[in-house]
Design a protein. Structure first.
Length: 252
């Protein structure tokens, strides 16, 4: 038997044991994922790093599942050096398995702040820019949170046009038309919920009342605007084709 020190506590250990085995046997917790008692250690996950002080006074992080104990070895399981290495190791694993609850729960248990799970938004701001610059509804904004910046709705401003959803490259913004109501949402948050208007031509619900009003208000001064129709895109196309055929007929 030899004596080692883990977090300043003197512990007796057998010489061929690893640091992780000794820590486990003495109720000292070290995070680990790739260690299995029936298999040879592989040092793959890098979560089990501990700070080891060499006789020359150097402090290095070593994998506790691999390194065997030696007489008078001094080990720290929660030093600043260990915490930094551990955080890096957790984040590296989460880049490969971002939705792994086991890794996230283990990080929580050891008080490690890790990267948040991906939310499907690439922060291109196309939704915000089109809503501000073209639609002018200003229904979306970017806010800073503890998990980084995020796109969030500005309550009561959406007119339900759906342009943000059309432009969103990852399709994280959704438009759902149900029971004559359009709901525009981002992740679990509602951007707008507005009643739909019926097309005068075919009767399908085609756009929100608020958006039609917005179009009328913003285009009524345009020299090409003669009158406003409440028609869906298919009926407008049909009407334009008919008008073109009629013009051709008159020309002949
Ligand atoms: S929600 Fe879509 S459009 Fe908006 S910033 Fe994220 S990825 Fe870009
Ligand atoms: S337990 Fe994975 S590297 Fe040690």
């Amino acid at each position: 038997m030899i004596d080692i020190f883990i977090d300043d506590k003197k512990i007796s250990a057998e010489e061929n044991q690893t640091i992780l085995q000794v820590a486990k046997a003495n109720g000292i917790k070290i995070p680990h994922l790739c260690f299995h008692p029936a298999l040879k250690p592989s040092g793959s996950c890098k979560l089990c790093g501990v700070e080891v002080s060499s006789p020359a006074g150097k402090h290095v992080v070593m994998l506790s599942c691999i390194i065997k104990v030696k007489e008078k070895l001094e080990i720290r399981t929660n030093s600043e050096l260990v915490k930094t290495t551990r955080t890096k190791a957790f984040n590296k694993l989460l880049q490969m398995a971002p939705d792994s609850l086991r890794i996230r729960n283990l990080a929580k248990e050891f008080d490690v702040a890790v990267i948040p799970p991906p939310d499907g938004c690439i922060r291109c701001r196309l939704c915000i820019r089109v809503c501000n610059e073209i639609i002018k509804a200003k229904a979306l904004k970017m806010v800073k949170t503890e998990n980084g910046s995020m796109v969030v709705p500005e309550p009561g401003r959406c007119n339900g046009c759906g342009t943000c959803a059309n432009l969103c490259p990852t399709k994280i913004i959704k438009v759902v038309d149900l029971d004559n109501v359009r709901t525009v949402s981002i992740k679990k948050e509602t951007i707008g919920q507005l009643p739909l208007e019926r097309c005068e031509g075919c009767g399908t619900m085609y756009a929100t009342i608020n958006f039609i009003k917005h179009v009328e208000e913003t285009t009524h001064t345009h020299p090409d605007t003669k009158e406003h129709h409440h028609l869906c895109s298919s009926c407008i196309k049909l009407m334009s084709n008919r008008a073109a055929t009629e013009r051709e007929r008159i020309k002949k």
